[in-house]
Design a protein around this ligand. Sequence first.
Ligand code: SAH
Ligand code: SF4
Length: 371
Amino acid sequence: MSGAAPMDAPSTDRRTNLIGLSRDELAGVMAGMGEKPFRVKQLWHWLYHRGESDFARMTTLGKPLREKLARRHAAARPRVVREQVSKDSSRKWLFGFADGNEAECVFIPEEDRGALCISTQVGCTLTCPFCHTGTQRLVRNLEAGEIVGQVMAARDALAEWGTPAGGRLMSNIVVMGMGEPLLNYDQVAKALTVIMDGDGIAISKRRITLSTSGIVPMIPRVGRELGVNLAVSLHATTDELRDHLVPINRKYPLAELMQACRDYPGANNARRITFEYILLKGVNDSPEQARDLARLVRDVPAKFNLIPFNPWPGAPYACSSPRAMKRFAQILNDAGYSAPIRVPRGRDIMAACGQLKSDSLHRRARAPGAV
Ligand code: SAH
Ligand code: SF4
């Protein structure tokens, strides 16, 4: 695939972007051009299975239709503003959108699979004090097309459109980048529906994990409407500590959050809820807290992800010692839970959990006179 049109095409460009439209919306566009419904399926295949952005190359569509599409529409992804590759092969992209806003996205390759970590907002309105993204004021929610566009731009970069022989590099999606996805639910749901569609990008709900800080009222809808895996950023076992570490807890306290987890549609022992727990030295890493944690989740199908704190400039925390982390994990293991300590990926390029921030804002702030 070549010549992908960037989303930040000049403002004189009056073409509208097709990326991110639902199937029904795309059908509406095609019907408006007098096209029969089967053409929608063909176009969908070109856009999302082949990753084609040049309408002229969509050879199963008639020439007049191709020309009409090219005049009126685009299949635009965000522009790659910067790409960085870590020593450990993680790749981080800073993507630019049509209005000049930017967000980061990280690809984390593993031996037989790979996960793309996508952003749902530019910045975040929540202010978890250990999170770099939380220090950036929210600029805006991303639109469905901008969320799908991250996946498409990553597939462009990895050159794996179509059906690659020998499996995919990008097999999984984690909605764990910048922002709180459940405060932008409609656009996130629309984007994930496009991403899961079996005729297109076709990443199944079993390979998608959505992480939330605990927007309780939206959790049932994630299970019912999307059916993706749920990850909950827990980080503390008492309301007192969680009110501080994850301030949204003041609105949706632990008891309500745990009830939403117990009720999560589709969770069972084969498909557990992941509880993310960041390990902060002297704050939440004692053996007693590990035991409390096991007790807290005892009636939820649960597994843990222990995340060593990833530092960023000016962060008010330190990462727990390797000994404390091991002891913490062991207590959870002894209680019967899987609790791997995540090996931080991409730390050298600030691509690890909680290090994302669209630093274009800092850059502009530091460059007087820059627009
Ligand atoms: N807003 C959502 C998803 C994005 S944050 C949420 O909070 O779940 C993704 C994960 O990174 C969360 O578990 C978050 O707690 C974790 N995280 C944030 N800052 C971190 C840091 N500095 N080091 C390690 N993990 C961090
Ligand atoms: Fe927002 Fe999640 Fe960071 Fe908290 S941890 S500030 S919810 S992105």
